[in-house]
Design a protein around this ligand. Structure first.
Ligand SMILES: Cc1cc2nc3c(=O)[nH]c(=O)nc-3n(C[C@H](O)[C@H](O)[C@H](O)COP(=O)(O)OP(=O)(O)OC[C@H]3O[C@@H](n4cnc5c(N)ncnc54)[C@H](O)[C@@H]3O)c2cc1C
Length: 466
């Protein structure tokens, strides 16, 4: 149970300039940045080997103006990126934080590539909804597991300590409200109090805390949570007790394309390349191209809380760059059919309704038409038999609300002033998606984890070495 306690300096068993709670993408980037600034951080991590939601992700980080984009002739800029983030967030995101992440993302990717050898490239064979340029940077396997493992190796190679299998339970403050340390609990129940000059909360959001999800995101209260179960909302609980400002608590990243019952993420490339979703009755139900996040609740509103994503072999070959898609194929989650009727039979859905939707969409593609939901189609999206289908459901991936921060991750109090030595990054902080699932632009999760992790690491190192 996370709590806050006022303590005296002499009660500490050890001291370090900078403590970081959570060794996901945010915590590891923060630790690397602090080390470069000359400050040794200590990371506290619940798991034996850091994984977090980062390991479950596709590991894709959006960034604008990188040399990887230039090498492929992709024109982009941080300004365009910032405008895309705000358009999706309906202008609700904090402007200073949006500018900081849009400006910092290109540098972040090149920093990780050049300094720590992460072999990024930019995806150039499909684009994600809401991005006006191809700017998703990924590692060869397109997995977050590769991302976290490479970040952890960089941290280990730089002799940064990770205290694993330790849970931060109590946040310790001085009588004046400044952070003084953290009380941690080891697997055998041993408690230890570590003092620090600065603290970064990188322990993600409250997706793994059903009570908080029910309170703040009732529409996803009964949905499957597909993120890391150890993310139990400690940052929000501590922040609330400390008088920190909390923001956008109803915002989240959902996903409307989780293969069921297999629980394997099916990349949204299958939709953006020209696929559609139909429900159990063979009917479409919305403009799928708005984004996968808002699609989660739409899918859950369909009969049986499922939908079918339907596409063709060309699209499957694009999706196959993702390890998850290949796993789904091996698990026989992807059905194939010689034509619509054949596929309808395999899916056990009414062929007539499905065929009528499919024919309408294919003719809209041929004429660059718009459908009844407002989705714009293009000839390049035409599908050819044989066709593919995968049964999916909607899930909660991570929460986007959290501690209100400034552009370097410093946590704000409810009265508008800031805590001088408390920082937050990644899912622990309020994101840049505004107040709802629909405000989530693809990649906002790792964007704020990595870029704000780095910025918070630099700022906290400066604070700790004062
Ligand atoms: C299936 C899936 C796919 C996704 N795909 C993408 C994608 O391609 N691109 C993208 O941008 N985003 C994606 N996301 C979102 C992205 O994974 C998260 O936004 C990002 O990983 C958050 O990083 P983090 O460092 O804040 O948290 P995490 O990676 O979750 O790390 C938090 C760490 O803190 C530890 N922790 C928590 N509480 C404590 C405590 N009290 N004491 C000690 N340790 C603690 C946890 O064990 C964990 O290791 C995806 C999410 C999911 C679930």
């Amino acid at each position: 149970m996370s709590t806050v306690t006022i303590t005296a300096d002499e009660e500490f068993t050890g001291e370090t300039p900078l403590l970081i709670v959570g060794a996901g993408a945010a915590g590891l980037c923060a630790a690397l940045a602090a080390k470069e600034a000359g400050v040794d951080a200590v990371l506290i991590e619940r798991d034996a080997v850091p994984a977090g939601s980062t390991a479950l992700s596709a590991g894709l980080i959006p960034a604008a103006g990188t040399r990887f984009q230039r090498a492929k002739g992709i024109a982009d800029s941080p300004q365009l990126f910032a405008a895309d983030i705000q358009r999706k967030a309906k202008g609700e995101a904090d402007g200073a934080v949006v500018d900081a992440v849009a400006q910092g993302a290109g540098m972040l990717i090149e920093w990780l590539a050049d300094r720590y050898g992460l072999p990024f490239d930019v995806i150039d064979n499909f684009n994600y909804p809401g991005h006006s340029a191809m700017r998703m940077h990924g590692l060869p396997t397109r997995t977050g597991l590769e991302l976290i493992n490479r970040l952890r190796s960089a941290v280990e190679a730089n002799d940064i300590s990770i205290l694993s299998e330790r849970v931060a339970e109590v946040l310790l403050t001085k009588p004046d409200g400044l952070i003084s340390g953290v009380e941690i609990v080891a697997a055998d129940g041993t408690r230890e109090r570590i003092g620090c000059e600065a603290l970064i909360l990188a322990c993600n959001g409250y997706g793994g805390n059903p009570e908080l999800v029910r309170r703040f995101i009732p529409e996803m209260a009964d949905a499957l949570y597909f993120g890391h179960p150890g993310n139990r909302g400690d940052a929000v609980i501590w922040g609330d007790a400390l008088g920190a400002q909390l923001a956008y608590l109803g915002a989240y990243q959902g996903h409307g394309s989780l293969a069921t019952p297999h629980n394997i993420l099916i990349t949204w490339a299958v939709i953006m390349q020209g696929g559609i979703q139909i429900n159990r009755d063979g009917r479409r139900f919305c403009d799928e191209s708005r984004g996968y996040s808002e699609q989660a609740a739409d899918v859950l509103r369909q009969p049986g809380e499922i939908a079918w994503s339907v596409f063709d072999a060309r699209i499957a070959s694009v999706a196959r760059q993702f390890e998850d898609f290949r796993v789904a194929e091996r698990a026989s989650a992807i059905l194939t059919g010689r034509n619509v009727e054949d596929l309808a039979d395999a899916m056990h859905i009414p062929a007539t309704a499905f065929a009528s939707e499919w024919t309408e969409v294919e003719s809209l593609k041929a004429t660059s038409g718009k459908d009844r939901f407002g989705r714009q189609f293009a000839p390049g999206q035409l599908c050819l038999a044989p066709l593919c289908a995968v049964k999916v459901t909607g899930a909660l991936f991570h929460t986007q609300g959290g501690l209100s921060i400034d552009a370097v991750g410093r946590v704000r109090r409810r009265d508008g002033t800031s805590f001088s030595n408390l920082f937050a990054a990644g899912g622990a902080a309020a994101g840049v998606s505004g107040s709802s699932a629909a405000g989530y632009l693809s990649g906002n999760g790792l964007l704020t984890a990595t870029v704000l992790g780095r910025l918070a690491g630099q700022a906290a190192a400066a604070q700790a070495s004062r």
